[in-house]
Design a protein around this ligand. Structure first.
Ligand SMILES: [Mn+2]
Length: 414
């Protein structure tokens, strides 16, 4: 009998255009060197799929930093999709929150692939079940793209509800829609569910550069008993497995690190072997760019420059994105030669050096901020916030007024 294992590659959260502040322009290509890192990260799952002659490629959303990407980001993504298409590998693209433009037209950054009708490419922008034909048979794919309130609810439905009630109603609707898909599944054929969103028990990564945004959070129970062979999610950038089997539920994670918040996170894509009722998976690293923090307290050091140099030399900084943070006493500040430290870091991909100065006398004086203002806390606060922006001041004043009023009320009641 013919062996019917279906080979799948699943990757997610590409985010072209992100993290470029750590790269400069490559004069030969004209591209930001960090963008080149992101491109080579995308090449890993794409080339793996072609080299291993896989049957199906799944991308679970967030293609770019924004839903209005610069042409160069679109071009480099399109080249790879074309390569998969020409290799006749069915490729599924799922819409993530960063792909959606919050306008009434409801368009998204992946629309172009369905509009042009690219061979072997399927875009999912709503909850639905489609049969994807592969060279090893049909795979039933249920898609749960990023859900927006405006696509799921009518104004009448949510007008009088709190945010929490709206979320509850949306989860009910999603449950209803995916249950309807489950009922349509042919139990003889392999099936998967792909999603873009937050599942409650998942651990967030600490990427700071990309606002994950306030999105709906699904209970794990929504998928824990799903009658499918695999549940593959995107959105959270930290790769993690939420359920080991029946069905396997995981986040593929993103392909490259965006910032120092992801220093410790491994990055890669998932390869799968799928049969009806059975799935094997493997995490494949993309060998992402290394981020390295060198953090040293020199406040007790008798030789601060030498100690900092020694620490830097102990680390592998070649081709890494490095930040050096050293804590130093104010009076010792000149004893570290930052120029020399920077020379030591020349082999890094990028670096920053930051002195965290410990001041001898932490109190400092602001003109006119004295005891005479004790009966006018708002005026005192205004003096204290002299170097804050007008916008920040306004927010802080509003909060301060609430606190002052409530304290005054308490005092008056006594
Ligand atoms: Mn996302």
């Amino acid at each position: 009998m013919k062996e019917n294992k279906i080979k799948i590659v699943h990757f997610s959260d590409l985010h072209f255009g992100s993290g470029e502040r750590y790269g400069n322009i490559n004069p030969e290509s004209g591209l930001n060197k960090r963008f080149e890192d992101f491109i080579s990260a995308l090449d890993k799952p794409v080339n793996f799929a072609i080299d291993n002659n896989v049957d199906l490629v799944l991308f679970t959303g967030d293609t770019y930093k924004h839903a209005t990407p610069e042409p160069v980001y679109q071009k480099e993504f399109a080249k790879r999709i074309k390569k998969l298409s020409l290799s006749k590998i069915p490729t599924v693209l799922l819409v993530g929150n960063h792909d959606i433009l919050y306008r009434i037209d409801g368009s998204d950054a992946l629309d172009i692939y369905s509009t042009l009708g690219i061979d072997n490419v399927t875009v999912f922008n709503r909850i639905e079940l489609k049969n994807i034909e592969t060279k090893n048979g049909i795979v039933q794919v249920i898609a749960l793209p990023h859900i927006t309130k405006s696509r799921l609810l009518t104004k009448e439905e949510y007008r009088n509800l709190s945010t929490k009630e709206q979320d509850g109603l949306m989860i009910e609707k999603v449950k209803h829609a995916i249950t309807a898909c489950f009922e349509k599944l042919n139990p003889e054929l392999p099936s998967i569910l792909i999603g873009h969103g937050t599942i409650e028990s998942a651990k967030f990564g600490s990427e700071q550069d990309l606002s994950i945004g306030k999105v709906l959070s699904y209970p794990l129970g929504l998928f824990a008993d799903a009658p499918v062979d695999y549940v593959g999610f995107g959105h959270i950038h930290r790769h993690q497995i939420l359920k080991k089997s029946n069905p396997l539920i995981l986040y593929a994670g993103s392909l490259e690190r965006v910032d120092f918040g992801e220093e410790e996170e491994e990055k890669g894509f998932i390869s799968l072997e799928l049969e009806k009722g059975k799935v094997n998976h493997k995490f494949n690293t993309t060998n992402p760019r290394k981020f390295l923090t060198i953090d040293q307290d020199l406040t007790l050091s008798t030789n601060p420059h030498g100690d900092l140099e020694d620490t830097i030399l102990k680390n592998k900084i070649n081709d890494a994105i490095v930040r050096v943070i050293y804590k130093i006493n104010e009076e010792d500040y000149d004893r570290v030669n930052q120029q020399k430290i920077k020379l030591l870091l020349q082999s890094a991909f990028a670096f920053t050096v930051y002195a965290d100065i410990k001041h001898k006398d932490r109190t400092y004086r602001i003109d006119d901020l004295d005891a005479s203002l004790i009966s006018n806390p708002i005026l005192a606060l205004e003096k204290y916030l002299f170097d804050f922006s007008e916008d920040d001041k306004k927010i802080l004043f509003e909060k301060a007024k609430l606190i002052i009023d409530s304290v005054a009320q308490e005092v008056n009641q006594k």
